[in-house]
Design a protein around this ligand. Structure first.
Ligand code: CA
Length: 222
């Protein structure tokens, strides 16, 4: 075994641990444009409970209004790659149709809903479904769910997954190695898009939106 291979086997486990994360939204502070009832606060979408029956008190619910939105603060900047959403389970599944998933470093506010980068559009979701939306990494501290017109936004759970920003670690670990020139390197590179399907979940790709992503103002992939 030559020296570059030994270096790779030593470094790669550390890189994986440093960059893979669990559900970043779990227990984090969330806000929404309005709250219909006291038990339907924004935090009900980050309480770790996917119960989708609204009257079991684990779903959010805005009032009927123009551009209802929901947003979670991840506390740090991450390369967000995947968002999993659990929809309303006892009625009204169409309320989420055309909702936008946005990621960025701008705190959303009423009347200012489009500053963060558009990652995906939820065309529709079945009743009580949990679906995962994957996309190319977008850097940001906030993940927003925005309805682009008048309606009600209800989310029973939102999960966020990402690669953590760790450029310094990557740079230092690679210092002095010859990784890019080694013939084994090609098969060891991280995939650009990550997808995962877990039990009782379905995964949706971002194919419907990807062709337009480059047209978003300031929306270069990061
Ligand atoms: Ca919940």
């Amino acid at each position: 075994m030559d020296m570059p291979v030994i270096v790779l086997l030593t470094l790669l486990p550390g890189l994986c641990v440093a960059n893979l994360t669990g559900n970043l939204a779990l227990g984090q502070n969330a806000v929404q444009s309005s709250t219909f009832e006291d038990h339907a606060t924004a935090g009900k979408a980050t309480d770790g409970n996917k119960e989708s029956v609204y009257k079991k008190f684990s779903c959010t619910h805005t009032t009927y209004e123009q551009n209802p939105w929901w947003s979670v603060d991840l506390k740090h900047v991450y390369k967000v790659t995947k968002v999993t959403i659990t929809n309303h389970g006892d009625c009204c599944e169409e309320r989420i149709n055309d909702a936008q998933i946005r990621v960025g470093n701008n705190r959303i506010s009423n009347g200012n809903i489009n500053q963060n980068q558009l990652a995906e559009v939820i065309l529709s979701m079945p009743l009580e479904a949990t679906e995962t939306y994957t996309f190319r990494p977008i850097g940001g501290q906030y993940v927003d769910i925005v309805l682009p017109w008048q309606g009600i936004l209800t989310l029973c759970e939102v999960e966020v997954f990402a690669k953590k920003e760790d450029k310094g670690s990557k740079r230092n670990l690679a210092l002095g190695t010859t990784l890019s020139s080694h013939p084994h390197m090609k098969t060891m590179q991280q995939p650009k898009r990550l997808q995962m399907v877990t039990k009782n979940q379905s995964t949706r790709s971002s194919h419907a939106l990807t062709p337009n992503m480059s047209k978003i103002p300031g929306g270069e992939w990061t």
